[in-house]
Design a protein around this ligand. Structure first.
Ligand SMILES: CCCCC/C=C/C(=O)SCCNC(=O)CCNC(=O)[C@H](O)C(C)(C)COP(=O)(O)OP(=O)(O)OC[C@H]1O[C@@H](n2cnc3c(N)ncnc32)[C@H](O)[C@@H]1OP(=O)(O)O
Length: 386
């Protein structure tokens, strides 16, 4: 039973084994006072630790104060309470004292990791710190933004949306000539983090949908307005919004391991990232429909043949070949490149902003549909994957 609970808890919180080790080592000595101090510390955290950790904290708190979960399971559409219930229930019969100790240890590891990640690394003036979900470097005229949640296949959570916008705004003003977006690990990005849908505000799912549409519109707007050459280095599979915004990049290089998948109908959703306009222009309506309506997954070679990808390289030489090209581009006169991009792109900008607004408003409705909610619940309850 304890092993089963441990396995289940691991699925909810990757840091659980660490917490468990702390627990064994400390021989469950956390006092009520330590527990109360930890609760106060949580309120003082400067950065949001993310939904997963918050669920873990919630579960441990409930287990420590009330014991094993014996509440009735909330309905599938009550996403937030169901996620909380699941998190608590995974703790099984973990003793109250152990839960209390685990809570204290988790808060302590959290406080130190959030403090240290905001510290400036000495001697690395070219590496921007202060990002939780990205690595951002600027060197040799190239600002490189790397999506950095490899364990989650670089799924884009709310924090990452904000950080990408912040990094793009900084890159548009820094002294680099070109900007590159890529992914760390085996994926480029698995698209929107589906757990984004579980953090429901007091105004309910309608408010959530409205806020998400505002966020999405602002996010895509940053790509439409980005003034310097923007290059995607697609190191692996790309899903959803990480694919659709490629139509707003100036050049897209892909490893032959990359795939391009926009399964919007499967998810009860509709196209975004201006793809309802750019994909039609790039590949024509029939091919765009295969991708955006029927969710056809393209290989890198197919995406290149259809014009979405500029060039494909064997994975074994991908980084070397791409970075040789990028370094050469970065040596070109930056003002000439920026002005040429303006000439090429500016007449489309107004149209793109209008398309973006329309796509977001359609999606706001879609997110409230049964089709979409069922798809998200199925993924989160491990019943489906792409
Ligand atoms: C607010 C603006 C909204 C904008 C609208 C955007 C729409 C989109 O982007 S639609 C596309 C959404 N993405 C998906 O539906 C992908 C869902 N993920 C999957 O189907 C699979 O994870 C996979 C095919 C991408 C990879 O499968 P596999 O190789 O078997 O790896 P795992 O499933 O074990 O993944 C490892 C780990 O990462 C978590 N994860 C992966 N993708 C997402 C995601 N998109 N959202 C949330 N979490 C994701 C996955 O749950 C695993 O987590 P752990 O179990 O905790 O290890």
């Amino acid at each position: 039973m304890a092993i089963a609970a441990w396995r289940l808890a691991q699925r909810w919180c990757p840091s659980f084994p660490v917490v468990q080790l702390h627990m064994n080592r400390a021989a469950m000595t956390a006092s009520q006072k330590d527990f109360e101090n930890a609760m106060n510390q949580v309120k003082l955290l400067k950065k949001d630790p993310g939904n997963e950790v918050k669920l873990k904290l919630y579960a441990l708190y409930k287990q420590a104060t009330e014991g094993p979960c014996n509440m009735p399971k909330p309905g599938v559409f009550d996403l937030i309470n169901k996620a909380k219930w699941d998190a608590w229930n995974t703790l099984g019969s973990l003793p109250k004292e152990t839960a209390r100790q685990n809570y204290v240890d988790l808060v302590s590891s959290l406080s130190s990791s959030l403090e240290s990640s905001s510290q400036v690394e000495p001697g690395t003036d070219r590496k921007s710190t202060g990002y939780e979900t990205l690595m951002v470097t600027s060197e040799g005229g190239i600002t490189k933004i790397t999506l950095n949640r490899p364990a989650k296949k670089n799924a884009i959570n709310v924090e990452m949306y904000h950080e990408i916008m912040r990094a793009l705004k900084a890159a548009s003003k820094d002294d680099s000539s070109i900007t590159v977006l890529t992914g760390n690990g085996d994926y480029y990005s698995s698209g929107n983090d589906l757990t984004n849908f579980t953090d429901i505000p007091p105004g309910g799912v309608e408010e959530k949908a409205k806020n998400s549409a505002i966020l999405l519109r602002e996010f895509v707007g940053c790509f439409i307005d980005f003034p310097k050459p923007l290059i995607a280095v697609v190191n692996g599979p790309a899903v959803g919004i990480s694919v659709t915004i490629l139509g707003l990049f100036d050049v897209v290089y892909a490893s032959d391991r990359a795939t391009f998948h926009t399964p919007f109908s499967h998810l009860g959703q509709s196209p975004e990232g201006c793809s309802s306009y750019t994909f039609l222009k790039i590949m024509g309506p029939a091919k765009a429909t295969e991708m955006l309506v029927f969710g056809k997954k393209l290989t890198a070679g197919e995406a290149c043949a259809q014009g979405l990808v500029t060039a494909v390289f064997p994975d074994s030489t991908f980084q070397k070949e791409v970075w040789t090209r990028l370094k050469a581009f970065a040596k070109l006169p930056p003002n000439a490149m920026r002005i040429s991009k303006e000439v090429i792109r500016n007449r489309e900008k107004e149209k793109l902003h209008a398309v973006n607004a329309e796509e977001c408003s359609v999606l706001q409705e879609r997110w409230l549909s049964d089709e979409c909610m069922n798809a998200v619940v199925n993924f989160l309850s491990r019943k489906s994957k792409l």
